[in-house]
Design a binder for this molecule. Structure first.
Ligand code: IPD
Ligand code: CA
Ligand code: CA
Ligand code: CA
Length: 268
């Protein structure tokens, strides 16, 4: 059976606390970022440091202490999710390249999945004192304020968030951006996909698109946008938790318009 209110409530409050604790630890690393050794993963743009690994271990430790039966899957250390009723999916620092270069757009990103349903999403941005949070059926919020998706009815009535990384093919992104611009649309890439998707749920952006997102980046925005009254693709379909999937977020009017900009062979 799906998650009960009691199970969700306990985890919702705790998830917000954990994200804030992790974000303040990350912020103290950020203030000493010049001392961090930058390492590369898949390519020269794909960076990581001790800060990412340290914050991930802190988050894993806090969750295991409070909910020992829950599974935790993290960007830097993976995790065994087999058989768990609740799966925490965490990115200790989303926007590592920004973080290491002194750009303020990065966040702690955290989601909870129960029976293949994303039920809780939290994005904590300590530089701007904002925590975006949502729990299934309880609306979407930034700190204590309710948020809603943008009210635009046309693509030229605001700015769309778009991300890409160098491990992704140039297509379908170029086709998508071309179509957007030709309709008078505009886009932004801030270097943190989780944070931009939260901005979309808060109605600051008209939506968000990324051709492939890992679950620790994509899931919080899925929960936030649904609770903010908007539409999303079925992110956890087709093994999304194992392999990631595209992410498209927008209000109900713009969602089909954005989907129509994708090349025909792309399915969401
Ligand atoms: C990256 C950021 C970026 C997105 C990449 C992600 P990381 O995450 O979210 O915006 O375009 O696909 O990998 O490595 O900084 O956690
Ligand atoms: Ca990374
Ligand atoms: Ca990330
Ligand atoms: Ca990361």
């Amino acid at each position: 059976s799906s998650a009960t209110l009691t199970e969700l409530d306990a985890r919702y409050h705790f998830a917000c606390d954990v994200a804030k604790t992790a974000a303040s630890r990350a912020l103290s690393w950020y203030q000493q970022r010049h001392q961090l050794v930058i390492e590369h993963k898949k390519d020269l743009q794909d960076v990581v440091s001790e800060a990412d690994r340290n914050v991930e271990q802190l988050v894993k430790h806090l969750i295991r202490e409070r909910f020992p039966d829950d599974a935790v899957l993290g960007e830097e250390s993976g995790g065994d999710t087999a058989g768990a009723r609740f799966i925490w999916v965490i990115d200790p620092i989303d926007g590592t390249s920004n973080f290491l270069n002194g750009l303020h757009n990065w966040c702690v990103s955290l989601a909870i999945v129960c029976e293949n349903e994303p039920v809780i999403g939290v994005v904590c941005d300590p530089n701007h004192h904002e925590t975006f949070h949502a729990c299934r059926g309880k609306g979407a919020w930034v700190n204590e304020k309710r948020i809603q998706a943008h009210s635009a009815q046309q693509l030229n009535q605001g700015v769309l968030g778009i991300s890409s990384s160098n491990s992704q093919p140039v297509e379908p992104l170029t086709t998508f951006i071309g179509g957007l611009l030709s309709q008078g649309g505009m886009f932004i890439r801030n270097g943190s996909g989780a944070l931009m998707s939260a901005w979309a749920a808060a109605g600051r952006l008209i939506g968000y698109y990324e051709a492939h997102m890992n679950p620790w980046d994509g899931l919080p925005g899925i929960v936030l946008m649904r609770e903010a009254g908007g539409m999303t693709n079925d992110y956890l379909g087709h093994n999304g938790l194992q392999q990631g999937n595209p992410v498209l977020l927008a209000n109900t009017v713009l969602y089909p318009q954005l989907k129509a900009l994708l090349p025909a062979h792309i399915s969401l």
